[in-house]
Write a protein that binds this ligand. Structure first.
Ligand code: GDP
Ligand code: MG
Length: 291
């Protein structure tokens, strides 16, 4: 019985991975994770992909992950770029912004400077995208290490206020260590990016190799919208692509061009504008700039 289940899982994961090559461009998304070093970016990604947490710190240069989903008969590809946090090359950061479709900006609630850095990056993303004619970009601010509440330096209300007027941006406090709100964090970003809710870890069946996050969580708290989860997850599954490699810089540059076209299709370009900072030809966004 066990081996039959394992065989089924193997067949399923192979079949999803085979369809990776045929993922329609409109269903390919790149999520870029930014934030100072040691705020927990890699830990959040690890929780999302494998459900694990590792206490030991290993500096990231740049990590690339790919997850393929089959949801309601359609194939989706989610690429995750986990950045270093102190990239000395501004051009590389700019390319990551240009190629990103959605952004997760991570700070720690116990360090004010990391929050200021997140606001700086957020403004940089808004300005860079706007210069390409893209008026709204899906983002979430993640206040990580909420398990360290005793050492708090950033009030949640202040963080929320900083993005309150933004259309496709929200702010959540999370803990990669204690697995608090990680699911909601991704759910919220997928919602802003108009991606299927089933891409959230608790809402699809995980199949294949290292993706050992366990069975879907069917509890009411994992389903904020009260949708009939049992029905939805019946066909939703996802698998981590084992041999995913970061695309070359040339492919990234080509993708920048395609991104503009996809953004038109998704309506990002025509979406109502968020005001931008002074000096970009747009109004300064109140409450979003920390001097
Ligand atoms: P990155 O440099 O932003 O990718 O940060 P890492 O994910 O490598 O984490 C940096 C350090 O913070 C590691 O020692 C992690 O174990 C620790 N860490 C990550 N998330 C949490 C959290 O939610 N709570 C606590 N207390 N520590 C965390
Ligand atoms: Mg890292």
């Amino acid at each position: 019985m066990v081996s039959t289940n394992m065989e089924q899982t193997m067949v399923m994961s192979t079949s999803i991975l085979e369809s990776e090559l045929n993922t329609p461009a409109k269903n390919c998304y790149r999520l870029v994770i930014f934030g100072s070093s040691k705020v927990g970016k890699t830990s959040i990604v690890k929780r999302f992909l494998t459900g694990e947490f590792i206490e030991q710190y290993t500096p990231t240069i740049e990590d690339f992950h790919r997850k393929i989903y089959k949801i309601r008969g359609e194939v989706y590809r989610l690429d995750i770029l986990d950045t270093s946090g102190n990239n000395p090359f501004p051009a590389m950061n700019r390319l990551s912004i240009l190629t990103g479709d959605a952004f997760m900006l991570v700070y720690t609630i116990d360090n004010k400077e990391t929050f200021q850095e997140v606001l700086r990056i957020r403004q940089q993303i808004i300005d860079t995208k706007r210069a390409k004619g893209i008026k709204s970009t899906p983002m979430v601010l993640a206040g990580n290490k909420v398990d360290r509440d005793d050492f708090r330096e950033i009030d949640f209300d202040d963080a929320r206020r900083a993005v309150s007027s933004a259309k496709r941006c929200s702010c959540l406090e999370v803990s990669a260590k204690d697995n608090i709100n990680i699911d909601c964090l991704f759910h919220s970003l997928f919602e802003h990016a108009r991606l299927p809710a089933e891409m959230t870890p608790s809402q699809h069946r995980k199949v294949g190799g290292s993706d050992n996050a366990g069975p879907p969580d069917l509890s009411p708290k994992s389903n904020p919208r009260g949708i009939t989860l049992r029905k939805r997850i019946s066909d939703a599954c996802g698998v981590i692509s084992p041999n995913a490699r970061r695309p070359s810089l040339r492919s990234d540059l080509l993708q920048v061009r395609n991104n503009a076209l996809r953004s038109v299709k998704r309506g990002d370009i025509n979406e109502e504008e968020e005001p931008a900072a002074e000096g970009t030809g747009f109004r300064k966004k109140r409450g979003c700039i920390v001097q």
